[in-house]
Design a protein around this ligand. Sequence first.
Ligand SMILES: [Zn+2]
Length: 299
Amino acid sequence: MPELPEVETVRAGLANSILGYSVQAVEILDARSLKRNAGGPKGFKKEILGAKFQQVIRRGKFFWFPISKERALVGHLGMSGQILVRKPADVEDKCTRVILELSRGRSSKQVRFIDQRLFGGLYFDDLVLTSDGKPAGFGPEGRVEPLIPSSASHIARDLLDPHFDPDAVVEKMLTRKTGIKNVLLDQNLMSGIGNIYADESLWLAKLHYNTPAELLSKKKALELIELATDVLRKAVAQGGTSFDEQYKNVNGESGYFAVSLNAYGQTDEPCPRCGTPIRREAWSNRGSHFCPRCQKLKI
Ligand SMILES: [Zn+2]
């Protein structure tokens, strides 16, 4: 499942390759990928034809192209979504659901939305003012307005957002009685940390996933946020290579995670710090990976 670094790689790739392009035609191969679109495929077509992509902004795992002051084209990759930028003559990609034909001057490109499991989607949404009045998200190519798609407005700022406020978030974290991993994954508090990067951040901070958040010192909580931010930045840096090349051989699940992992998925492998085998425990319908020696549970 794509996490924030993979979504940021997609966002940055789109910013590099299709800004300045307009939509000339659209082919909808599976209308189930047009999520939340009140007008159905017809309404989507009507709204997207002629739309010009000038900016692509991201918050957490949502990304969007503002089309006017009021509306944006929003994308979410869900469990298995991919976006490929192709030449019109390129061979078909399996599980392509929507194709946008773009042009700028004499240059033509295709944006293909591919999704095996159909949890992701593209849709138009109203832009609303951000709750804090600050720019809506991450989009370093231009000035970001304080306008966010209504469907993403409940999502808290992510750790790569220039307006993410670690002190304010830590203050809220320290009031929570639940395990720290739960808190890291709470999209209403901070967005963009999924299972992989939560396990990695907790390993770096030497914290057990079930440590009640309220038991952390302010210093430790700030350190954890800093480590998590660092992990995400490194993952973005490793995933942020050439957009088309990056995804050419991706078959949906493999190829996403170029980042070197210390704990996640390393069950029975030696902890890179102390050599103790990494343990996986069932957690919240998923798993938690940790070093039983470096990350002891303190209650
Ligand atoms: Zn260890």
